[in-house]
Design a protein around this ligand. Structure first.
Ligand SMILES: Nc1ncnc2c1ncn2[C@@H]1O[C@H](COP(=O)(O)OP(=O)(O)OP(=O)(O)O)[C@@H](O)[C@H]1O
Length: 984
């Protein structure tokens, strides 16, 4: 039975091996199908069993007849020890020019049957029985069958014409000319009645385009471009009203009659008009067949068994209600004396099994099989568009998508420009003074790490790209390699743009090294870093196709890489295991920092301000001694390594997609069944129901925070109290106050969900915004209280910061307060921008600006007065967090001389360091900093409340402004046509 399965692409090859053991029928099952099906039941079927539909002759015009005999599908049960049957010994057929509808109550196995017939079952399923094409085990050529899934994974920025035409170029062979492909695309659009919407964008968030019915038809258009002879449709009408459902189904069935296509569709609850379009019906209950045969004769079958359809009732509603046992209690209560549904189902199943109708199905199956042996053979092969064409078309399509994706691409550019203006003004005209050495180092580090880190905000877009890819890949439109090449090529122009404009702004405003070749180098490194981060996030998206988990995972990986890059802890101070070998060498940040540093410092000289020394220090000396840059090779080698890494990351992306294709079912199985997650749920129920269930945000975040805390702990392990520990302590505290709390950005999708729930409840008058604003932070207190001591303690005690429990308590309180603040900030953003993508980018941008102005990257006295000192420095909570933490750690400590003091025997007090090195405001105690932070928690909540109230009023206006108006003609046309047909 490798036939159908072979058609459905590589990912299912493994499945086919698992599922295709038809010769060893049921050998792997623990249940005995015969026992289960021969339960003696009274035979109530007395008449009317002439129920088998007689369609057009099979195999007509190379048509496809599909037959299945004694088909079983099983899955592991909840405990995983036994197997549970989902499909139980089904026999049936589908013929050219006919529509077979699979119906039944929810969970009865409709999709499973469809998937089994289409060869798309998941890896944890086992299948047995025969599925034959025209009576034979044979392979269908590419394009002769298609599967339309329930969810519309379409590229929302494209118009209908573009979406279908691009797809035509991808799927149709090179032997067809461009105009022929265009013609085919337009003809298919017309066939599906979408001619008036040709130029309407499909639409998604913020840009209402097509209606649900129209989107469904676009999905169908794309799949029937190759004129498949066999079409599988999974719930093609779900979510559509009856008029739209009829319109969609009638369009499909018209084609089927004209082209001799075989259609198998699962459907939930068709209207009587839609039901009238079906040739045959397969009615299921708990994986068993209740009825199979001519759709028109179903009523008779039910009536003959004592369940006639009441007058004026939709027959399909009647069939489903009769066999739906989900609401048995209600039925019993509602009408006394009514037979329990279980009993009714058994009556119908037994009746059908002993009916002539069932015998007729079997006869029909064997007839098709016999005809198949002698009938005309199927097309042996159809050719695809060439690999080169596919790459070209995918690149073009992706570029069009990018240029129109306002949220990701253009907002990101705007935020990058804002950030680079931020960098440019904060380091404005940096000069060649001694203090510019540290400033240059910090600035270059910020650009190489943080500016590129922002790519994380594009994660939802990557996930969408991956979804479209997965659908098209599964349907065989193109291969993985073409996708990866196109994805890379299409990103290049945009990444060039966003590295060039923000790069130039930051470079020239700050007055880094003059000379165009130096700028070119700086920009090449920035561009390569962006390519690398984008590749990294695509890799994450291919493994974790979930916004929340992906963002947190991506941020965690980058956080660890930044830590090991050699800035937060100098390369020679990095602990050897893990941090130095291999992380420092794997993290692209190392090469980016070192390349940029060499580009900036080599050949420059700076005044020396060491006590008692005069003269200058050379850039080379700074590179070697201050930044501990590897000087054995040139900056071009660093760039070369970065470029090779970019290629390597892409190859890794390709490899991982290929591996994940095979591993995904196993991963999903692990996530859905693993007891760890269940335990997490049980544990967290004690704290709060919402948090307990949000595995992605709360528990994954906790895991990532712990990982980061342990990472910090090992990176700065036992940081010491000598001169050389002064800078690391400062960097460590800054990382904790800024970056660790920055991770809360990953929870943005959760905040958006919270906001959505709030909006619904608010609209229904359940409670007011004030109650929400007060209640919302309270929910997170237990979680953050749990969270900050664990991560805080790990980082604090591993690094050996100032001893004394009261110091740890202070440290932890600051951490906790910062987390509360970040949550407030992100909630405020969520209240204005209720969209994952824009919210993450906006939140990241705001926090980036705050971090820049907090007095670490540029010392407080060096901050430009305008904007940066007044007001950013004073409103950024990072200032108080950072200064409070520094006060807490350095007060009353003395640092002894070491190698770094160059032989000078000096002892420096913590207070001196605070005042001179970090320029901390010393006029008040650390508790004032904490008090200000706590006050800020309240203050940050107030704009949140105010904004919620304003947004409540302004949102309709904003949405109206952002959204693209749907073409009114199109909408009206669909409804009018559908209604007209419906009424006739
Ligand atoms: N791969 C699988 N692993 C475990 N259980 C599965 C798997 N596939 C399906 N099931 C279970 O089998 C039953 C039938 O699922 P299926 O999706 O086929 O039903 P359906 O009739 O299409 O339902 P609906 O109409 O609600 O979409 C469900 O209880 C489902 O949970």
């Amino acid at each position: 039975m490798a036939s159908l399965r072979d058609l459905f692409m590589e990912p299912y090859v493994a499945d086919s091996q698992l599922n295709s053991n038809s010769s060893a029928r049921h050998s792997s099952l623990e249940i005995n199908p015969l026992e289960m099906e021969t339960t003696p039941m009274p035979n109530h079927g007395e008449a009317a069993h002439q129920v088998v539909g007689v369609g057009p002759p099979s195999n007509a015009d190379n048509g496809i007849s599909l037959t299945w005999e004694d088909l079983w599908v099983t899955v592991p049960d909840a405990k995983g020890s036994r197997r549970r049957p989902i499909i139980q010994g089904l026999t049936g057929y589908a013929q050219p020019g006919e529509v077979l509808a699979i119906m039944g109550p929810s969970g009865c196995g409709k999709s499973t049957l469809l998937d089994a017939l289409a060869g798309r079952l998941g890896a944890n399923t086992r299948q047995s029985g025969d599925i034959l094409i025209n009576g034979r085990t044979q392979t269908l050529a590419y394009g002769t069958s298609a599967y339309v899934t329930q969810d519309e994974t379409l590229i929302t920025t494209l118009t209908v014409k573009e979406a279908v035409y691009y797809s035509a170029q991808l799927q149709l062979p090179n032997s067809m000319t461009k105009s022929e492909k265009k013609e085919r695309a337009e003809m298919t659009i017309r066939e599906m009645g979408l001619q008036d919407s040709m130029n309407t964008r499909i639409g998604g968030w913020g840009a209402k385009g097509l209606s649900g019915g129209q989107k469904r038809r676009v999905s169908i258009c794309i799949e029937i471009l190759t004129r498949p002879k066999l079409l599988f449709l999974d719930e093609p009408t779900s979510g559509l009203d009856s008029a739209a459902s009829y319109y969609v189904m009638s369009r499909i069935t018209k084609l089927d009659q004209r082209e001799g296509r075989t259609i198998i569709t699962s459907i939930h609850q068709p209207s009587s008009e839609v039901f009238g379009l079906f040739t045959n019906l397969c009615l299921l209950s708990s994986g068993r067949v209740v009825y199979f045969g001519c759709a028109n004769a179903t009523n008779e079958f039910f009536a003959s068994n004592g369940f006639p359809c009441p007058t004026l009732q939709n027959p399909s509603d009647h069939f489903l209600r009769t066999i739906n046992k989900d609401f048995d209690e209600d039925i019993e209560q509602g009408s006394e004396g009514k037979r329990a549904t279980e009993e009714v189902i058994e009556i119908l199943i037994t009746s059908f099994k002993s009916s002539d109708g069932y015998q007729e199905v079997k006869r029909q199956v064997s007839k098709i099989c016999k005809q198949g042996g002698t009938g005309s053979s199927l097309e042996k092969s159809r050719s695809h568009a060439s690999f080169f064409t596919q790459c070209l078309v995918l690149t073009k399509r992706s570029s069009v998508n990018m240029s129109r994706d306002l949220g990701y691409y253009w907002l990101r550019l705007a935020i990058y420009v804002t950030l680079s203006l931020g960098v440019g003004t904060i380091f404005y005209d940096i000069g060649l003074g001694n203090s510019s050495i540290q400033a240059r180092g910090a600035m270059l580090m910020f650009i190489a790490s943080f500016l590129t880190f922002m790519t994380i905000g594009g994660f939802p877009s990557f996930v969408e790209d991956m979804k479209v890819f997965e659908r098209e890949r599964l349907n065989g439109h193109y291969g993985t390699t073409a996708f990866v090449i196109a994805n890379t090529l299409s990103a290049v122009p945009y990444l060039l743009l966003i590295s060039l404009i923000p790069g130039a702004l930051a470079y020239y405003l700050s007055g880094l090294r003059p000379g165009f070749e130096h700028f070119l180098y700086f920009d090449s490194v920035l561009f390569t870093c962006m390519v690398l981060v984008e590749s990294l996030m695509m890799i994450v998206a291919s493994i974790v196709p979930n916004f929340l988990m992906g963002i947190i995972t991506g941020a965690g990986i980058q956080g660890i890489m930044i830590l090991g890059g050699g800035f937060f802890r100098l390369p020679n101070d990095l602990p050897k295991p893990f941090w130095k070998y291999p992380l420092h060498y794997i993290a692209f940040h190392k090469y980016a920092y070192q390349g940029m540093y060499k580009n900036e410092f080599q050949g420059l000289t700076f005044p020396c301000n060491q006590t008692g020394q005069r003269g200058v220090i050379t850039g080379e000396y700074i590179l070697k001694n201050k930044f501990q840059v590897e000087m054995g090779y040139s900056k071009w080698v660093d760039l070369g390594i970065l470029l090779s890494m970019a290629v390597l990351y892409r190859v890794l992306f390709l490899t991982i997609i290929k591996i994940v294709e095979n591993m995904k079912p196993a991963i999903s199985k692990f996530i859905s069944h693993d007891s760890f997650f269940t335990q997490c749920l049980v544990l967290t129920k004690r704290s709060s129901v919402n948090m307990s269930r949000d595995v992605g945000y709360y528990w994954l975040r906790l895991a990532i925070y712990i990982t980061l805390a342990v990472s910090l702990g090992t990176l700065y392990y036992d940081v010491g109290m000598s001169y050389s520990s002064i800078q690391p302590r400062g960097a460590l505290l800054m990382f904790l106050a800024s970056f660790l709390t920055f991770m809360a950005i990953g929870g943005f999708p959760s905040f958006v969900e919270d906001m959505k729930v709030f909006e619904v409840e608010r609209l229904n008058g359940h409670y007011g915004p004030t109650a929400f604003v007060i209640g919302n932070p309270l929910f997170s207190v237990p979680y953050l209280l749990l969270f900050s001591p664990i991560t805080g303690a790990l980082a604090y005690y591993l690094t050996g910061l100032q001893r004394g429990f009261e110091h740890f308590v202070y440290f932890d309180l600051v951490l906790f307060t910062c987390m509360m603040l970040v949550k407030s900030l992100m909630m405020t953003v969520a209240s204005i921008v209720p969209n994952f993508l824009m919210g993450i980018i906006a939140g990241g941008g705001i926090r980036g600006l705050m971090m820049l102005g907090s007095g670490f990257f540029r010392l407080p006295n060096d901050l430009p007065k305008l904007l940066w000192k007044y007001p950013v420095y004073y409103i950024a909570f990072h200032k108080y967090a950072y200064q409070g933490l520094c006060n807490n750690d350095y007060e009353r400590l003395y640092f002894s001389s070491d190698d770094l003091t160059g032989g000078l025997d000096v002892i420096i007090s913590g207070e001196e360091i605070l005042r001179d090195e970090f320029q901390v405001e010393m006029g008040y105690s650390k508790w004032v900093d904490l008090g200000i932070l706590l006050g800020m928690v309240v203050v940050y909540r107030t704009p949140f409340l105010v904004i919620i109230r304003i947004v409540e009023k302004a949102k309709p206006v904003i949405s109206k402004f952002i959204s693209v108006k749907p073409q009114p003609m199109t909408q009206v046309m669909e409804n009018q046509t559908a209604t007209a047909v419906h009424m006739s």
